[in-house]
Design a protein around this ligand. Structure first.
Ligand code: ADP
Ligand code: ADP
Length: 233
């Protein structure tokens, strides 16, 4: 479902590639965990799946990224919106409406679906994520774990086959993180969603993963320039 063939990304003006020669394959209906220390290129890799890299970030992508058979270089993110849903670390930065129900509906607005389909999908997603009792609540009044479930719900209503999540539990306490991870597990099992999850706290998520993708830390950059002259004493 997700495939990288020898993918490298160089941001404009950056001294070193953010990703270098990455090969990977995530089969349909699997949860793959992407691990590595901060700065190793996890967000860049997720962005290459959603098409954000390089369409929105600039820079150059070499090699080939395909999602559901589509080459992401040929499709800007809006053309991948029905295929790939993206959730980040901070759910608050994600929201565009005030209430839970409106937020779930918002993600479908550009798809041109009939009103009754949209309503049904909102109901299904509220149930799936255990949000039905919170439907009319202002998002700002919810706990962190509830907000992150709303963020996931809002990208689910277009029925994406792939979900990419960038450290979705990093702002959550352990109990709320469990809530979110349980929801992801349900998506894989009940809907066959393919999930790529970046996380630096391996112990939190490893039990849920079918595959662990480790991004290597780049070799230490050699010092450039000529060393200072030795002073003759
Ligand atoms: P991670 O998610 O593992 O922390 P990132 O993909 O965010 O890693 O970053 C990888 C490298 O690319 C870092 O050195 C980072 O500073 C750089 N980088 C990330 N985004 C950009 C951008 N839009 N422009 C230039 N450099 C970037
Ligand atoms: P419609 O376009 O009428 O909503 P679909 O064919 O897209 O119907 O979906 C049919 C079924 O697929 C739904 O009833 C639901 O169970 C399931 N489904 C597939 N993907 C998702 C998803 N991301 N979120 C919720 N349900 C989904």
């Amino acid at each position: 479902m997700i495939r990288f063939d020898n993918v490298s990304v160089v941001y404009d003006g950056a001294p070193a590639p953010a990703l270098s020669g990455v090969d990977l394959a995530v089969p349909e209906g699997e949860l793959a965990l992407l691990v590595g220390p901060s700065g190793v290129g996890k967000s860049t890799l997720l962005g290459a799946v959603s098409g954000l890299v390089p369409h929105f970030t600039g820079g150059t992508l070499r090699g080939r990224v395909t999602v559901g058979g589509r080459d992401t270089r040929d499709h800007p993110p809006r053309e991948l919106a029905d295929l790939v849903g993206t959730v980040g670390q901070d759910p608050l930065s994600h929201f565009v409406t005030d209430t839970v129900e409106d937020e779930l509906a918002y993600g479908m607005e550009s798809l041109g679906l009939p009103a009754d389909t949209m309503r049904r999908r909102v109901e299904e997603t509220l149930d799936l994520l255990g949000l039905a009792d919170l439907r009319d609540r202002p998002i700002a009044s919810l706990s962190g774990g509830q907000q992150q479930r709303v963020a996931i719900g809002s990208v689910l209503t277009p029925h994406p086959r792939v979900l990419v999540l960038d450290e979705p539990t990093s702002a959550l306490d352990p109990a709320a993180a469990e809530e979110v991870l349980a929801v992801l597990q349900r998506l894989v099992h009940d809907l066959g969603t393919t999930i790529l999850l970046a996380e630096h706290r391996l112990e939190r998520v490893i039990q849920y993963a079918d595959q662990v993708i480790v991004l290597p830390t780049p070799a230490a950059t050699p010092l450039t320039g000529t060393p200072p002259e030795m002073m003759a004493i």
